[in-house]
Write a protein that binds this ligand. Sequence first.
Ligand code: SF4
Length: 378
Amino acid sequence: MTAGLYVHFPFCAAKCPYCHFYSERPTAAGLRAWREGLVREAEAAEAAETDRAPGADGLRFDTLYIGGGTPSLLAPGEVAAARGLAETRFGAAIAEFTLEANPGGEGEGFLGGWRDAGVTRLSVGAQSFDDAVLRTLGRGHTAGEALRFCRAARRAGFDVLAVDLMTGIPGESAGSAARSVRTLLDLEPDHVSVYFLESVEGLPFEEELRRRPVDEDAAVEAFRRAADALEAAGLRRYEVSNFARPGRECRHNLKYWRYGPFLGLGPAAGSHIGRRRWTNLPSLAAWSEALGEGRSPRAEVVELDAAEAAREALVVGLRLVEGVDIRAIGERFGVDLAALHGRAIDELVADGLVIRSGDRLRIPPDRLLVSNSILSRL
Ligand code: SF4
């Protein structure tokens, strides 16, 4: 089974008020600590023979994903260095190399360089093409900048241009959401992710959501319209929030949903290999200090037994439109999923929330948006 390598870049020029991901302002010292820490962590992971996690059967890395944070703050030389690390330390034969990018800033001038550094897939956090919505979100770019950035990315010749949109934003009208989707489709993206804005306790955006609550039905309707427009334009939905032209699905993220192995480097990065998963310390200072002192940078390590791992594989796999093969999952982990979850599965099938054909289970497309409540029953 091929594995994915994820590198977390923990810096953003400014913090978006709705964001719960770990990031901090870039400083020369912070960037240096990140670079040095990455090399140390790669060496340690190699030395620890990461593929010896229980249930793992050897790792062959074929995707690299630099996420964040705002990895588009990285100049092409640094992106090339991350690729070099993946190749030299992990022997990666990279078939897909994703870089997350935000419009604005210096990124536009880096596009050709990133392409030359081997990036095959640029994932652009546009979120909306409406200036009022972008202001509400506190994003650091305008609609015009997002448009210009995506057009320039298209011209730069990445194999896949992926664009993220958000929905369920306070004050966003149905007309504005539809216009954003039309503008996006004019860019002819290969891949689109549409996410609902989440309300996370304790974030500055909580107050905004209290002041201007989102009409959930309207948000779901806006998502449905967006999904219809994307499908009509040839972008097939393949996961709850993700749409792609055939063959342009994100290979790296498919590993998460197919419960494949992935190794994360960098502060707050998550990893999952075999029946072990772990997350790194969610602080650049603590992560780099641990590595500098030869200690593990892991904050939490979870060893799953076979039944737990099989259940996780079932739950994440059902996020995919293709669904899961319960016999294959059972064989992979040496458990009988029908015996463990047969009753819950039967009930979900009887309620029309899961479709069963032979060993394959899947959630009907019109129910994918409520997949979390369906999956909580397993
Ligand atoms: S740019 Fe992305 S990672 Fe950074 S604060 Fe905004 S949403 Fe979070």
